[in-house]
Write a protein that binds this ligand. Structure first.
Ligand SMILES: NC(=O)c1ccc[n+]([C@@H]2O[C@H](COP(=O)([O-])OP(=O)(O)OC[C@H]3O[C@@H](n4cnc5c(N)ncnc54)[C@H](OP(=O)(O)O)[C@@H]3O)[C@@H](O)[C@H]2O)c1
Length: 353
């Protein structure tokens, strides 16, 4: 079904297992890359692909340089550190996709646009519920319109929890968010904001409600690029909304700015156990409200089911499109690479004003 080999890095993780199965369903036989041979072998049984054992970014990068896969799907996480080393190995021969939602990791990947364009390869970052669920709504609402003056996006994932440990990937993304603090665009400039700023209760189109607050999330940069708006804010259902958390976060950020403390916190959090729990709301929602200088306002939603399942569907769809050579050269967020309808192809539904 695909001409080029697809490698799934972090194949034994929660998203990786689902992506491996989805690629196999679509007739692709992915190469499953991970650090635990037995888990990879068990996973391989259902995908007909091959396994490759590699522990750590450098060892994975060496394997990429040796074998030159067509598409590399990075699900290892900790994108601030892993993405640049892996893209270095992937270019100039392969395409690359990851699930970064951290603002600086996504911005760094997008900074490689010219390099990817010159190589004729595509780099896609944020190819999950975050960034796509909000970016796609903004892009759809902006089609054939001038730039709005203000955009607000809300990333409102609903996710079932699997029993197990938090894991390195998720732990490092939480610690990174606390350390960095919030951001927003003001007069076209990215400026600091408080993590957990502007807490609100959002009423969803299906009548449920969800609490959400400001977060240093890559939805911000994607919404700004999709709209051209000088003023952009983002809230996330994953951000802390309680007054107690707001009071404690600045102190936690100061402590975590010390690298040794940060590494310790990631290690401890990664080992913390989580109990299985169903997803808290029926649907995950991406939401955007756009305001134009003449006062016109448009609002839109993207509805998906479980945020993790949707993420696996998005990154699988992107990997398959890249393997078929459908990507345009350069570095992009997902809707910028493939248009807002990618969100629908992955199983989402738009509700637009
Ligand atoms: N954009 C979005 O909407 C979205 C949604 C969901 C998740 N994410 C992000 O996607 C990433 C993956 O999520 P997940 O839930 O699948 O995480 P996960 O279950 O913790 O899986 C991470 C995978 O990476 C592997 N890994 C970690 N460090 C490694 C290393 N040094 N060398 C080799 N392999 C390594 C793990 O191997 P082991 O199995 O051996 O530990 C595991 O297979 C996370 O960064 C998460 O924050 C983004």
């Amino acid at each position: 079904m695909t001409e080029r080999e697809i490698w799934v890095l972090g194949a034994t993780g929660r998203i990786g297992r689902s992506v491996a199965a989805r690629l196999a369903e679509q007739g692709a036989a992915p190469v499953l890359v991970g650090r635990r041979r037995e888990s990879l072998a068990a996973l391989r049984a259902g995908t007909a692909g091959e396994i490759l054992v590699a522990d750590g970014t450098e060892s994975i990068a060496d394997a990429i340089r040796a074998r030159r896969p067509g598409v590399v799907v990075n699900l290892v996480g900790n994108y601030g550190e892993t993405a640049s080393a892996l893209v270095e190995a992937v270019l100039p021969d392969g395409h690359y996709v990851d699930l970064a939602t951290d603002l600086s990791a996504v911005s760094h990947l997008l900074d490689r646009h010219s390099e990817a364009e010159a190589a004729g390869r595509t780099l896609v970052t944020g190819a999950g519920f975050g960034v796509l669920a909000t970016e796609a709504v903004v892009a759809a609402l902006c089609t054939d319109r001038s730039a709005p003056s203000h955009v607000r996006v809300d990333a409102l994932a609903s996710v079932a929890v699997e029993s197990g440990v938090v894991g390195d990937a998720f732990a490092s993304s939480i610690v990174e968010a606390i350390t960095r603090g919030g951001r927003r665009y003001q007069n076209g400039q990215l400026v600091k904001a408080r993590f957990g700023a502007d807490p609100r209760t959002v009423t969803l189109p299906d009548g449920e409600t969800v609490k959400s607050a400001g977060a240093p999330s890559a939805e911000l940069v994607a919404a700004q690029r999709a709209s051209g708006a000088p003023s952009v804010t983002v809230t996330s259902a994953l951000a802390p909304t309680s007054p107690l958390a707001s009071a404690v976060l600045p102190l936690a950020a100061a402590l975590l700015s010390v690298p040794a403390v940060r590494r310790f916190a990631v290690r401890r959090m990664a080992r913390a156990s989580m109990k299985a729990a169903p997803r808290p709301r029926r649907h995950s929602w991406g939401h955007a409200v756009l305001t134009w200088p003449d006062g016109t306002t448009r609002e839109g939603w993207l509805r998906a089911d479980d945020g993790m399942d949707y993420t696996a569907a998005v990154v699988t769809e992107v990997a398959l499109r890249l393997a078929r050579g459908e990507g345009k050269p350069g570095a992009y967020t997902p809707a910028a690479a493939f248009g807002p309808d990618l969100a629908v192809a992955a199983g989402g539904t738009f509700i637009l004003d």
